[in-house]
Design a protein around this ligand. Structure first.
Ligand code: SF4
Ligand code: SF4
Length: 359
């Protein structure tokens, strides 16, 4: 008898929709654009998951690996008449393949290193707690996220400064929403991490998330991005004179903020305040924006492909005339920086734009 996977019942509609589809979103996927293989198109990945779930193909490491060939950018959904949730379904497939012992080693390493990363985040947050305006009893809870806390602490500091100027004292949330575990197929670990974090923010009148990836996971727990909250207080921001030196200052829509949360105008309104004019644009913007390659654990599981995706976005920026590229998520920052283009996080510009003027 054929062995079927629970995925078949849980995600049957999504799998069948892709399986019978003429691949309309083919050109939308950053992974298959960077690594042109039919099996890496959204259709290819979903079809393989479907065949595996039905027991029609032998599930081995190669088949399983295709479920990890996704940044979770939602671009295929934007190009799909059915708005099919490919990333979500591939996430469910990861959990099943992992249960069969077929997860990529790099993904398993994320799970194995999760607690060490958590401790590193806690250590970094202990440092950040010395910043002015941080108080453990504050009403406003601020989650800077593991990516900012460990890899981009100066941006995390800027977020504390901006949030305290807008809303008064903040308390730092010392926890992880568990997204890395979810992406690695460890659903139980994800649930535990999420529960620990939501316990910390229970009853907080205001829950601010710096990273849109965290905000997307925690939306139903009341998380709002700092960007969307700051855009309700545009008068708190003034032009930053040094930005006039750049030939262009371009906004790069992070996938989780844009296609994920539907927040496209707020960062542009804020950048307009910091620039004193509307920001410059890349060729592909908003729902059509190119992914930066930093999500879905792709930098861990397929680092060369992730690098090519990031380079494609930077090439687009250069082709548009270069200048300063501004983004707003820790994964994008990590992906785009260090490749010969000056990349800033919006929150550092907001910090400068909200400082009290000397005069
Ligand atoms: S996501 Fe939509 S357009 Fe893309 S293969 Fe699936 S059903 Fe077709
Ligand atoms: S969510 Fe993005 S990376 Fe994943 S399959 Fe769709 S287009 Fe490709």
């Amino acid at each position: 008898m054929k062995r079927t996977l629970a995925l078949l019942d849980q995600s049957r509609a999504a799998l069948e929709t892709c399986g019978y589809c003429p691949k309309l979103c083919r050109a939308a996927c950053p992974v298959s654009e960077a690594e042109p293989r039919d099996s890496l198109t959204p259709w290819g990945k979903m079809s393989l998951a479907w065949f595996a779930a039905r027991g029609d193909v032998e599930v081995d490491r190669d088949v399983a690996a295709t479920a990890w060939a996704c940044t979770g950018c939602f671009s295929c959904r934007e190009h799909c008449d059915h708005r099919n949730e490919v990333a979500h379904t591939l996430g469910a497939a990861r959990a099943e393949f992992r249960a069969l012992g077929l997860a990529p080693a790099a993904s398993e390493a994320v799970i194995a290193g999760f607690e060490a990363k958590r401790r590193a985040t806690s250590d970094s947050l202990a440092e950040l707690a010395r910043e002015p305006g941080v108080s453990p009893t504050a009403d406003t809870a601020l989650l800077v996220g593991c990516g900012y806390a460990t890899d981009h602490p100066s941006e995390a500091r800027a977020a504390i400064a901006v949030t305290t100027r807008l809303f008064g004292t903040v308390r730092l949330v010392d926890g992880c929403c568990g997204l890395p575990l979810l992406l690695a197929g460890d659903r139980a670990g994800f649930g535990q991490s999420l529960a620990r974090l939501t316990e910390q923010i229970r009853g907080a009148p205001r829950f601010v998330a710096l990273d849109p990836g965290c905000a997307l996971v925690l939306a139903e727990h009341g998380a709002k991005t700092l960007v969307e909250l700051a855009a309700t207080r545009l008068d708190a921001f003034h032009p930053v004179p040094r930005l006039a030196a750049y030939a262009a200052v371009r906004w790069q829509d992070p996938c989780k903020l844009g296609r994920g949360l539907g927040i496209y105008d707020a960062p542009r309104q804020l950048l307009s305040r910091a620039l004193g004019r509307p920001p410059d644009e890349l060729a592909r913007v908003r729902g059509e924006a190119l992914c930066s390659g930093g999500g879905g654990l792709l930098p861990q599981t397929m680092p060369e492909v992730a690098g090519r995706i990031a380079q494609r976005r930077l090439d687009e920026h250069r082709d548009c005339g270069g200048g300063l590229l501004v983004t707003g998520c820790a994964s994008s920052l990590t992906s785009l920086r260090g490749r010969g283009v000056e990349v800033a996080d919006l929150v550092t510009l907001l910090d400068e734009a909200s400082r009290p003027s000397d005069g």
